[in-house]
Ligand binder design. Structure first.
Ligand code: 13P
Ligand code: SF4
Length: 319
């Protein structure tokens, strides 16, 4: 604790010196989230991170999250210096959607509007007509469906099938998944519900359909925090990255938060409800990147100009 207090102090000073602000995702270490809050930065879902970083006057953004979040910030704010605690922090959805294969897939369906999740590379965003995050996906797809558009959706198959079920849109889905949410188990969740019959179940839509079906509320990270704040239950079983408990508990003080089970029958889990790439962000590498300025997100300008179109569509979208 004494060491982290010293690093925190160092970071506060460096943020001022470097005209920098910390933009953190709910899945990062609570110490990072607390520091972002205490220094005028933000802790948010991926949509609000993009908005906040774009609107903030600081010339440097420290994006604590995963690669696509840093890239989104750079695409939207090319004049800003975008640093990440580590550029190695990727996402299984980004890895699962290489641009060449994806582009060839889109070429096979030229009549379809291409909608991609924000959890993708800049190149995939550049190939898309729309980028969405889970906060805004249903609204955008409802709008496109009302226009009579047929869609390609990538990369998350669970989120895609959830959107398909909710909106009834005509969608062809790319086959990829989030390694964290894919591991939540419906059978074990049913058993846990029996132990806590009055608990409400909160589920991120990157989870499998069988888990989503057991939910009392389905939504993005910010929507799940809101649900914990507004639902009357005293206990919540939460199927998303457990680092969200830091803000969820603040939003719902006195309520009991329980992790949804990631593996039944004693089987081992790979991620155990915490994203390994989010976990690469720490106070030390935030301090180091502020000092060294390495780990800077750079995007080739012609690619950026293409990718910004689909991203801006999301940011300016009104229901
Ligand atoms: P949110 O947009 O809901 O914050 O989700 C981002 C993410 O990576 C979920 O796994
Ligand atoms: Fe990607 Fe899943 Fe990690 Fe979110 S939790 S960054 S979707 S691997």
């Amino acid at each position: 604790p004494a060491e982290s207090a010293a690093i925190t102090e160092e970071i506060r000073e460096l943020l001022k010196q470097e005209d920098a602000v910390l933009v953190a995702h709910y899945y990062t270490d609570p110490a990072i989230q607390a520091l972002a809050e205490a220094t005028g930065g933000c802790v948010a879902d991926s949509l609000e991170m993009a908005r906040f970083g774009h609107d903030h006057k600081a010339s440097t953004l420290i994006v604590a999250g995963v690669r696509f979040m840093g890239e989104t910030a750079k695409i939207l704010s090319p004049e800003k210096r975008i640093l990440m605690p580590t550029l190695e922090a990727t996402c299984s959805l980004d890895i699962g959607c290489p641009v060449d294969e994806f582009s060839a897939f889109c070429d096979q369906h030229p009549d379809r509007t291409v909608v991609v999740y924000a959890n993708t590379s800049a190149a995939v965003k550049a190939r898309a007509d729309w980028v969405v995050t889970s906060s805004i996906a249903l609204d955008v797809v409802n709008h496109l469906k009302a226009n009579g558009e047929k869609l390609i959706w990538a990369p998350d198959k669970h989120l895609g099938s959830y959107i398909e079920r909710e909106t009834g849109a005509d969608m062809i889905l790319w086959d990829s998944a989030c390694i964290v949410h894919d591991e939540f188990k419906a059978k074990a969740l049913e058993d846990l519900k029996k132990v806590h019959p009055d608990a409400a179940v909160l589920v991120h839509p990157e989870s499998p359909e069988s888990v989503v079906k057991l939910a009392d509320a389905v939504g993005s990270t910010s929507q799940l925090i809101k649900a914990a704040q507004t639902l009357p239950n005293d206990t919540f079983i939460v199927a998303t990255d457990k680092a969200i408990f830091y803000k969820m508990q603040q939003a719902a003080p006195g309520k009991t938060l329980i992790e949804a089970p990631t593996a039944g029958n004693g089987a081992t889990c790979r991620s155990c409800a915490h994203c390994p790439w989010m976990g690469m962000n720490g106070l030390k590498n935030i301090r180091d990147v502020l000092k060294n300025g390495d780990q800077e997100v750079l995007i080739e300008e012609s690619l950026r100009q293409q990718a910004v179109i689909s991203l801006q569509r999301m940011l300016t979208f009104n229901k």
